[in-house]
Design a protein around this ligand. Sequence first.
Ligand code: NAD
Length: 366
Amino acid sequence: MQITAAVVRSQGADFTIEQLELDELRHNEVRVRLVATGICHTDAIVRDGVYPTPLPAVLGHEGAGIVEAIGDSVTSVAPGDHVVLAAAYCGHCKRCRRGEMAYCENLFAADFGGRRLDGSTALSKDGEAISSHFFGQSSFATYANVVEESVVKVNPDVPLEHLGPLGCGINTGAGTVLNELKPEIGSSLAVFGAGAVGSAAIMAAKVADCSIVVAIDIHDSRLELARELGATHVINSLTEDVAARLREITGDAGIDYVVDTTARPELLRQAAEAIGVRGTIALVGAAKPGTEVAFEIGASLVKGWTFKTVVQGSSVPQVFIPQLIQLWQEGRFPFEKLVQNYELSQINEGFADSKSGVTVKPVIVF
Ligand code: NAD
């Protein structure tokens, strides 16, 4: 069938709106009519060639839509169901079998390969192959053939145009706190980078009853929003010494948990300086392959601290996304405050507004 999609044709180029051919549904796929899709920083770094998805490609991995048709072996959804689309996983490696699909051993092929796992692409234009199946979905398009693993059935009473960002950024920030770090009631948590992922981490820290929640960013507008979402303290890293302020805020105890969404080595060093005894730093931000960080390991040995990387909030999307929707319905997770809507034709504006700090979470509504 013919679809309309935003295509990135070369590294760093703007997206162009084009008519493409979407192929036949495979037995393990679901055809989804997209209602909305979030724009995530990960789309930007793939557009810019930091991760090697073959171009031209249709990106987009925070889709929300309605099931139009299902392949023969699909059992989890039926036509008419409302769905949120999350990251893909193979479903059969050791990690997937353990419920750790965020760490799927075939994650790179399933999410960034630009092809189905059988090597085919669902998208073409006049015979030219266009990469599809980005995160199992390629949701910057009016329709997508999505692998069943990416599909999360949601309550039809909740407006679908709100739900796209739950598929990646919001799931990642909230899951890093609630699924991976699991902070004790009354503990302290700092979020480096109060963008979409960081804001979700801040809301989750409030849900988890952390008593100190610190937001760190370079945009005062984002720090103001962070306060509204639950931050008890804010630090502008352009004008303040982050490690010194964190020590001051925690009465010299050091911070119990850090969620870093900036992937900036100089900030991670400051996080390590400010981490408390038995503290944990969770790196979520994506840096260019080859990026290194140097830490002090002499005096800090006795702190028994941990540095770890966290993918997709360590969540099982089909379990965690409905939980986030419930928190939102209870008014405890107001992620709609981050969102600004755009039309598909305004996709480049959405990316630019995210980069400049004007919009925390751009969402394309079809
Ligand atoms: P974003 O651009 O909305 O947020 C990043 C924030 O960091 C911005 O608010 C920015 O102002 C802030 N920042 C930049 N430099 C800073 C500095 N020197 N000091 C303080 N703050 C600074 O991006 P996002 O969508 O929230 O994504 C964040 C990162 O997480 C990206 O790298 C993205 O690729 C990655 N990501 C990882 C996963 C995962 O599974 N690990 C999932 C989703 C996104």
